[in-house]
Design a protein around this ligand. Structure first.
Ligand code: NFS
Ligand code: SF4
Length: 640
């Protein structure tokens, strides 16, 4: 039997994995093992199912067929498959953005409804960007017009996706020159689907360029709008204390876990769970109260705005159910394992689906709609409370592991954090980089994957980076893995940071690993880069900056879209396991070399997180040299 420590670096996860083994319950890791050996054609990206003359597959050893029935080569097949992943990922993020826009419209048109506008300053800032007059107008009117204009970004046919204009001028010009400036969010995704239909594009480079264009529509469009409009509706995050790991579940409370990605419903669940009406109901079933906990990115959204504790990340979803203490698990969209449907009843967890886009056979569906958000939220909380008496106490086992953390660093907040309330500015960050206290900034993001011990890639990489004076920004499941390891705690983490980074962090009281949110909030990292450039002294374009990105344990199509827009924005990015393209030398070379000449950055694939961190550090060092920045202030940190 596999050792639990080979499956996760986290103690709580190990405890639940061992419990599953004792009870003979299969988890993602077991299903992964049962799947071995996985299909080599699929892994190499050279299996094509695009038309019904196929499926076709290219022989990677050169003895068998080198073309599909239509004549498509490994290059075409691998490129098409990859950009279809971009299309799906960009669609997921952007559809999330669209739903938030509907919630904003709801708030604007129905002031008596469930949603309020919490960040008026951000609303006004966005109104200016979208050319919406604000003088003498009501907040609601402005919000309604913004929602309509934001919706147009999805369906726009010509022109340029408006938030792309936040990118530095040289970057915008580069996108125009290479014809990858996105026109409309949906349009670029649709074009991928058309371009990769049987018998359309047979030029792998042209296919991959459209992948870049659609991904930019995600990063600088769909995801960015999701982030911004969520801030308008639910408030812009500010640093907040919270906790994470399975130990946040409470034995005597009704535990409701919210899992998925969108805060529109879960924000209402927070309110419902705090309401007198629901608390009284919980008392009736002898519960001490209602304990809401997050999972995956819905969890990240609630954590950074409301301080709601997070029970865990992607590979913890089954483990949370295994505690036997989850009375309801409420899911919306994305990263929800179908396996939950079978697992939940054996541990008296009531699973509730809420999105018309994400149902499961045999699972109760309480459909969420923006116009009766609070009614639905109360219904769901009530379902959790009613399920509490069904709990079998003898089966409850909550791992005794909880970690404190600080989350909620937005790009805007960095102004205040570093410059102070009176003189908000990025100057101190820029100076710290210029003077060689901070070597550079890394964004470490993305999923978990049973191919890698859970958290090993994220935590090892983050530790190696901070040791080398690299400020680390984290989102999504990466943020939660680091949080469990204590890296989002200022004190603990500072002991591990290099001397220059430690000095800066101590001066402003921030952790060296900053939680900037969920996966759509990777857009905040792009904005932070823009702010650094605007502050001056570090070049003209994002590709000049000593920055790098990484997704050490990625699995989802969204991660491919993120990788594409990050590289397309000029940031070198390392993926832990390779994209499924190695069956085509040309596509691999395009991603890992040629893109450098086109967008000023490229991908690298490196499974060892320490080596991957070194690649990122090398990149930062070269950018520092090109900018003629001072040598790192403390020489010993420079050599590891
Ligand atoms: Ni990002 Fe967040 Fe996690 Fe991966 Fe899934 S939850 S959107 S896709 S698994 S990081
Ligand atoms: Fe085969 Fe070409 Fe059809 Fe793909 S598109 S399945 S390679 S015939």
């Amino acid at each position: 039997m596999a050792d639990a420590s080979d499956r996760s670096v986290d103690k709580a996860a190990q405890e639940m994995i061992a419990r599953a083994q004792d009870d003979d319950i299969g988890l993602a890791w077991d299903r992964y093992d049962a799947m071995q050996p996985q299909c080599g054609f699929g892994q190499l990206g050279i299996c094509c199912r695009i038309c019904h003359m196929g499926p076709c597959r290219i022989d990677p050893f050169g003895d068998g067929p080198q073309e599909g029935v239509c004549g498509a080569t490994a290059d075409v097949i691998a490129a098409r498959n990859l950009v279809r992943m971009v299309a799906a990922g960009a669609a997921a993020h952007s559809d999330h953005g669209r739903d938030v826009t509907h919630a904003l419209l709801q708030a604007a048109e129905n002031p008596e409804g469930s949603y309020l506008i919490k960040d008026e300053a951000k609303l006004l800032w966005l109104a200016e960007e979208f050319d919406i007059p604000t003088d003498g107008r009501q907040t609601n009117e402005i919000a309604a017009e913004l929602a309509h204009k934001a919706l147009e970004e999805f369906g726009r046919q010509e022109g340029e996706v408006i938030p792309t204009h936040r990118a530095p001028q040289p970057r915008q010009e580069l996108w125009r020159r290479h014809k990858i400036m996105p026109r409309g969010i949906d349009r670029e995704i649709v074009q991928i689907m058309h371009q990769t239909h049987m018998g359309v594009d047979a030029d792998y480079r042209n296919i991959l360029m459209q992948g870049l264009r659609a991904s930019l529509a995600d990063g600088w469009g769909g995801s960015m709008l999701a982030t911004d409009l969520q801030d308008v509706l639910f408030g812009s995050p500010e640093p907040i204390r919270s906790q994470t790991n399975l130990g946040v579940l409470k034995e005597d409370y009704v535990n409701i876990v919210v899992h998925g990605h969108e805060p529109a419903l879960s924000e209402m669940l927070v309110e419902a769970a705090r309401s007198q009406k629901m608390l009284a109901k919980a008392e009736q079933v002898d519960a001490k109260g209602i304990n809401l906990a997050g999972m995956c990115c819905t969890g990240n959204e609630l954590l950074m705005r409301q301080g709601i504790p997070s029970a865990g990340s992607f590979l913890m979803q089954e483990l949370a159910v295994l505690t036997g203490a989850v009375d309801a698990m409420v899911v919306d969209v994305q990263c929800i394992m179908p396996a939950l449907a079978d697992l939940s009843p054996s541990f008296t967890t009531k699973l509730v689906t809420t999105s018309p886009k994400a149902k499961m056979p045999g699972v109760e569906h309480i459909e969420f709609s923006e116009d009766e958000a609070m009614v639905v939220a109360e219904q769901i909380v009530a379902a959790g409370i009613e399920n509490f008496p069904n709990r079998r106490d003898s089966r409850v086992q909550i791992p005794d592991h909880v970690m404190d953390l600080i989350g909620g660093f937005s790009a805007e907040y960095v102004h205040t954090m570093l410059g102070g309330r009176f003189r908000p500015s990025y100057r101190p960050l820029n100076n710290a980089i210029i003077e060689g206290r901070i070597r550079g900034v890394a964004g470490v993001v993305g999923c978990e994957n049973p191919q890698i011990p859970q958290g090993y890639g994220h935590v090892t990489m983050a530790e190696e980076l901070i040791k080398n004076d690299v400020l680390v920004l984290v989102t999504g499941c990466s943020a939660l893995a680091d949080a469990r390891a204590g890296l989002l705690q200022p004190d603990a983490a500072l002991e591990m940071a290099g001397p220059g980074l430690r000095e800066v962090c101590e001066a402003v009281g921030m952790p060296p690993v900053l939680h900037v949110g969920s996966c759509v909030d990777n857009s905040r990292i792009l904005i932070a880069c823009c702010n650094v450039l605007l502050e001056g002294g570090l070049g003209e374009d994002i590709s000049d900056l000593p920055v790098a990105g990484a997704a050490p344990e990625w699995m989802s199509e969204k991660a491919i879209s993120i990788g594409f827009y990050v590289v397309g924005s000029g940031i070198f990015t390392v993926f832990g396991t390779p994209h499924p393209v190695l069956g085509s030398e040309n596509v691999t070379r395009f991603l890992c070399e040629d893109m450098e000449e086109i967008v000023g950055a490229c991908f690298a694939f490196e499974p060892d997180p320490i080596k991957a961190a070194q690649l990122m550090i090398d990149r930062m060092n070269r950018k520092r040299e090109a900018l003629r920045l001072e040598p790192m202030m403390y020489a010993e940190a420079a050599s590891t």
